[in-house]
Design a binder for this molecule. Structure first.
Ligand code: HEC
Ligand code: HEC
Ligand code: HEC
Ligand code: HEC
Ligand code: HEC
Ligand code: HEC
Length: 477
């Protein structure tokens, strides 16, 4: 009896302990993945918050401890606030209402779509932002490595048909060569022999006859194999570096649609070096400030509807608040205080992620295409003869840039619109008719032009390949 009740008591103890433990665990312990938290924070919160310093909302470094110390609130409150701060305020929560008053009744967005785990991840990140960011970058690198490996595997599989054929071709070729060599060797031996046995004579005769009979077959298959090998090599070179669709995340959400589309700012206002040199260049922050010293908020009508449809933002106003947040982010990077209209001297710069990037051994000049080639390329756009014309589906009043970059004025985030491969350059050079009337071409190619006229007649089309657009040295150093 006694032992039994003791047993019971122990059980009860254990149960209470477990209950308490799980209670305290679910109530207060915040265990999340700071790396995921960093990502979620960047995607949802940076329009209004930073980890350090006031933006539209308060800084969020150590917000868990702050909320505990200042309001005596824990995990549950934080979850309720982040999910729907308005509902929390309306429920009469004094601390929530005090916060709202303190920040001039600026309304924070509701995040009903964030899961409990998501919120824990974000809060874990705010408790140690450096660790969170490091974890994120590590995870991203691992993912990128994996993707690169998959891409390489896919490229291998894609090229598998032609390279497989080439390998089989080489194998057959090798066997054939060995066989022929051995026969020739035998022949040489025969010619050296003093006397031929009738058997040897027969064999030599048979082989000579055999070669004679199948001579054309041998020659043809050799030619075929060589062609096949070249074809494989050519395809391999033409398809290298396919990055169509590449669209990295930028440090500031800068929309080309807003600037080049809605506002109609000329591409070359920002990418001014395209006219004069090899590169188009990315505008410096100073250029942004030409306009943004006065444009401090986003007040336009345009917004990305898909951001609301996808549930990323609750309403059009929230998207616009996000745009405004990005302008604030730009000030921060540039080191500009919009309140005092002065530079703070704390310039961090904006590290735009490069999207298009040719290998070093390729020479590509914007000026050649944007200035000398402008008329020709605009005509090719209108005629629909540029590579990939159907998919690009360019408007009639296109700018020259669109032929290669697609209609950037309709992209919020720039992405690669074409396969920037050798095959692509060459396709356009084969089909695009050169504008012989421009000054550059009429001087440079006067002689060639005369010659071509004689060869093909007066009205003949002269495409870029005719002026050397397929010569290796024109595109390669
Ligand atoms: C549209 C702007 C906006 C966005 C987006 C936003 N917040 Fe807020 N947040 C605020 C404002 C403003 C406050 C200050 C309270 C108020 O005015 O309602 C605040 C307050 C908070 C607080 C309380 C801070 C304290 O010091 O007690 C937390 C926690 C918080 N936000 C977390 C988040 C998280 C996490 C996200 C992203 C999932 C986020 N917020 C996104 C504007 C925003
Ligand atoms: C109109 C311009 C142009 C011409 C003409 C041209 N190339 Fe290229 N070539 C390129 C570009 C662009 C790339 C890089 C493609 C990439 O990164 O995807 C390239 C890549 C290559 C590569 C590299 C493949 C690799 O391993 O990355 C080789 C080899 C090459 N070209 C050889 C030639 C030869 C040989 C000729 C002459 C028959 C030639 N190219 C003519 C534009 C050209
Ligand atoms: C207000 C300035 C501005 C205007 C106007 C503008 N851009 Fe840009 N452009 C930028 C900035 C900033 C970046 C870098 C950030 C990015 O990639 O979105 C950029 C990036 C690009 C890139 C990608 C560069 C890379 O990394 O490879 C292309 C292509 C481009 N712009 C083309 C255009 C075209 C075409 C137009 C005209 C329709 C245009 N831009 C108008 C500022 C501008
Ligand atoms: C020629 C003037 C001009 C220049 C130069 C300019 N902007 Fe803007 N920017 C605008 C206008 C106009 C708006 C929209 C304001 C509105 O509709 O209320 C805007 C909106 C924005 C927005 C919010 C919408 C969005 O795109 O996300 C950001 C962020 C922004 N600009 C960043 C930049 C950056 C970064 C640069 C420099 C690379 C830059 N701007 C250069 C005029 C300019
Ligand atoms: C004939 C095709 C073609 C045309 C037309 C063209 N680009 Fe490019 N653009 C490219 C290629 C190829 C690259 C990659 C160059 C490199 O990596 O060296 C590039 C790169 C860029 C970049 C990245 C930075 C740089 O200079 O490398 C910007 C920005 C850009 N282009 C803007 C423009 C603008 C603006 C126009 C119109 C004025 C334009 N491009 C017209 C093919 C073109
Ligand atoms: C949209 C069509 C188009 C594409 C794509 C294109 N080009 Fe061109 N390219 C032209 C035209 C048109 C000219 C002739 C310009 C002129 O009139 O001098 C030209 C001329 C050139 C020349 C000078 C040829 C000469 O004989 O003087 C070089 C070099 C060149 N392109 C390189 C490239 C490279 C490298 C690429 C790919 C990265 C490329 N082009 C992609 C249309 C294109």
């Amino acid at each position: 009896m006694k032992a039994r009740s003791l047993y019971k008591l122990q059980f009860l103890n254990l149960a209470i302990f477990l209950a308490l433990f799980s209670f305290s665990y679910s109530q207060d312990e915040i265990t999340g993945d700071g790396g995921k938290g960093y990502d979620l924070f960047q995607a949802n919160c940076t329009a209004c918050h930073q980890v350090d310093g006031l933006l539209i909302g308060p800084e969020l470094r150590n917000v868990v401890t702050r909320v505990k110390e200042e309001g005596g609130k824990g995990r549950e409150w934080l979850h309720a606030w982040i999910k729907d701060n308005k509902a929390l305020r309306e429920s009469g929560d004094a601390y929530a209402n005090a916060l709202y008053e303190k920040y001039n009744k600026q309304e924070m967005l509701a995040f009903p779509a964030l899961s409990e785990q998501d919120i824990d991840d974000i809060l874990t990140y705010t408790s140690n932002p450096e660790a969170g960011q490091a974890a994120y970058e590590e995870a991203k690198k691992a993912a990128a490595d994996k993707l690169a490996a998959e891409k390489a595997a896919k490229a291998n599989a894609g090229g598998g048909v032609s390279s497989g054929v080439v390998i089989v071709g080489f194998f057959i070729l090798a066997v054939l060569l060995v066989w022929i060599l051995s026969r020739l060797n035998a022949l040489v031996k025969l010619t050296r022999a003093q006397e031929l046995t009738s058997e040897e004579e027969m064999a030599a005769f048979d082989f000579a006859k055999f070669i004679e009979k199948y001579n054309t077959v041998f020659k043809l298959s050799l030619v075929g194999l060589v062609l096949l090998t070249l074809f494989g090599l050519f395809n391999f070179m033409m398809g290298i570096g396919v990055d169509k669709g590449y669209e990295p995340e930028q440090p500031i959400y800068f929309s080309h649609q807003v600037h080049a589309g809605v506002q109609g700012i000329d591409c070359q206002y920002c990418h001014s070096s395209a006219k004069y040199g090899k590169v188009s260049g990315i505008p410096s922050p100073d250029l942004c400030m030409n306009c943004h010293k006065t444009i401090k908020e986003y007040k336009g009508d345009y917004y990305e509807e898909h951001l609301v449809e996808s549930g990323k933002f609750a309403s059009a106003d929230d998207v616009k608040a996000f745009y405004t947040g990005e302008i604030q982010k730009m000030y921060k990077a540039i080191g500009w205080d919009p309140a005092t209209n002065q530079y703070t001297g704390e310039q961090r710069g904006i590290e735009w992620v490069r999207i298009h990037n040719m290998p070093d051994f390729v020479y590509f000049s914007h000026a050649q295409h944007v200035v000398a080639g402008e008329k020709a390329i605009l005509k090719a756009i209108a005629d629909g003869t540029i590579p990939n014309a159907e998919e690009l589906n360019l408007p009639q009043n296109s700018q020259v840039c669109f032929a290669c970059h697609g209609d950037v004025s309709k992209m919020d985030e720039v992405k690669m619109a074409n396969q920037f491969t050798m095959g692509w350059c060459i396709e356009c050079h084969r089909t695009t008719e050169v504008d012989m009337s421009n000054e550059y071409n009429s001087q440079y190619y006067a002689e060639l032009h005369e010659k071509l006229k004689k060869e093909y007649g007066d009205g003949a089309k002269i495409t870029v390949d005719a002026i050397g657009g397929l010569e290796c040295g024109k595109c390669h150093y």
